[in-house]
Design a protein around this ligand. Structure first.
Ligand SMILES: *Cc1c(COP(=O)(O)O)cnc(C)c1O
Length: 388
């Protein structure tokens, strides 16, 4: 028989990382010594207290049954206390917090709760691909909002045409930003809230990197701002903060009506998070601040090795203020982010991510993830010296 995929699946843009992925697999199978700066997946282990809590929790038969869709109240209360401590924001754990099977899961289900066929969602470009793709899968129409270097990679809200703004139902934002590593200030979020209220658009702020910022910077929460809770939600993840990408746990907090609708979608699709993993999440939120300080110090040392090293070769890269990504223009002499990435792999045995994979405004840039050791980053700088 003919297996035909749906039109909406067909409508997804081609996965631009495929080519580099294939080349990487080929290189690995040839036994080449690859330095992988491609994936945003921390190489450091999950902290021991979290692992130990999981080991205990796995033994409890009560956790072996279906979890509740809303998540355990103990987890929601721990999240509420964390928010209070970190951002001085009080959230009602009954109505304003919903645990997710990783923040990506919640982000990708948002359009199914809020977009009707043909409705627009405002999608920054470059950006984390699930914003755009989940919108397409839900039958919506992505409206691309460019993030330009001359605007510090913040969207220019005044450049969004009025009719588009009024038709849009969702606005995805992400600061500290993947892939550009930009950080947003209070004033920007104030403009966003004003814009959201005028146009009746739900703000979906992805704060996956809120805890990873350098040089004394403490990223703010969207929910700290007056009026934020009336017009949006914020997504958080345990993945990057606690090196827990494999565990699949995150949450969304903010507007209670938005959260209720998302919970309805989810209750028809998933059956919650393994309760032992929720227990481990509670342990994570209770870790002392020194843990975070160490994590930041590790990525700061790595950042300085790579950025200072590349600058010594003649690049002009500013040290990123947050996230574990270095986002930089490709060197002169290369015509696209794809061709430079392929050259880095073919000639230097290094995987880097072509900016075009994050959207067309990412063309001309590449992203390097600081998810390898200092020794390997030093070696990467050496390899760049040889291949440029
Ligand atoms: C890694 C990442 C996430 C995904 O987090 P999970 O909680 O692991 O699903 C979300 N948003 C951005 C921007 C990311 O880079």
């Amino acid at each position: 028989m003919d297996i035909e995929i749906s039109e909406r699946l067909n409508k997804l843009p081609p996965y631009l990382f495929v080519k580099i992925d294939q080349l990487k697999q080929k290189a690995l199978s040839e036994g080449r010594d690859i330095i992988d700066l491609g994936i945003g997946d921390p190489d450091l282990p999950t902290p021991l207290p979290i692992v130990e809590r999981m080991q205990e929790a796995v033994d409890k038969p009560a956790f072996h049954r279906y979890p509740s869709n809303k998540g355990r109240i103990e987890l929601r209360s721990a999240i509420s206390r964390w928010y209070e401590r970190r951002f001085k924001v009080s959230l009602n754990p009954e109505t304003e917090i919903l645990p997710l099977i990783g923040s990506k899961e919640g982000i990708a289900h948002m359009p199914f709760a809020f977009l009707n066929e043909g409705d627009a969602a405002l999608i920054p470009d470059p950006s984390y691909p699930p914003y755009r793709n989940s919108c397409i899968l839900a039958g919506g129409v992505p409206y691309i909002v460019p993030l330009l270097e001359e605007n510090d990679f913040l969207p220019d809200l005044t450049a969004i045409p009025g009719p588009v703004a009024r038709k849009a139902r969702l606005f995805f934002l992400n600061y500290p930003n993947n892939p550009t590593s930009a950080v947003a200030q209070r004033g920007f979020f104030e403009e966003v809230i004003e814009f959201a209220k005028i146009n009746n658009v739900i703000v979906c702020h992805d704060a996956a990197y809120s805890e990873l910022a350098f040089d004394g910077i403490r990223p703010i929460s969207f929910l700290e701002l007056a009026g934020a809770r009336e017009c949006g939600v914020e997504f958080h993840s345990f993945s990057k903060t606690y090196n827990m990408t494999g565990w699949r746990i995150g949450w969304v907090s903010g507007n209670a009506d938005v959260i209720r609708a998302l919970a309805t979608v989810k209750s028809n699709i998933d059956s919650g998070i393994f309760e032992a993993v929720q227990d481990a999440g509670i342990a994570a939120l209770g870790l002392p601040e020194e843990y975070q300080d160490q994590q930041i110090a590790t990525f700061r040392r790595r950042r300085d090795i790579l950025v200072d090293g590349l600058n010594a070769l003649g690049w002009t890269i500013e040290r990123p203020k947050a996230t574990f990504y270095v986002w930089t223009k490709i060197p002169k002499g290369f015509d696209s982010s794809g061709s430079f990435s392929q050259h880095a792999l073919a000639a230097g045995n290094m995987v880097i991510t072509p900016g075009a994979g994050f959207g067309k405004y990412g063309e001309g840039y590449v992203r390097m993830a600081l998810t390898v050791s200092e020794e390997r980053l030093t070696e990467a700088v050496e390899r760049f010296r040889k291949i440029l």
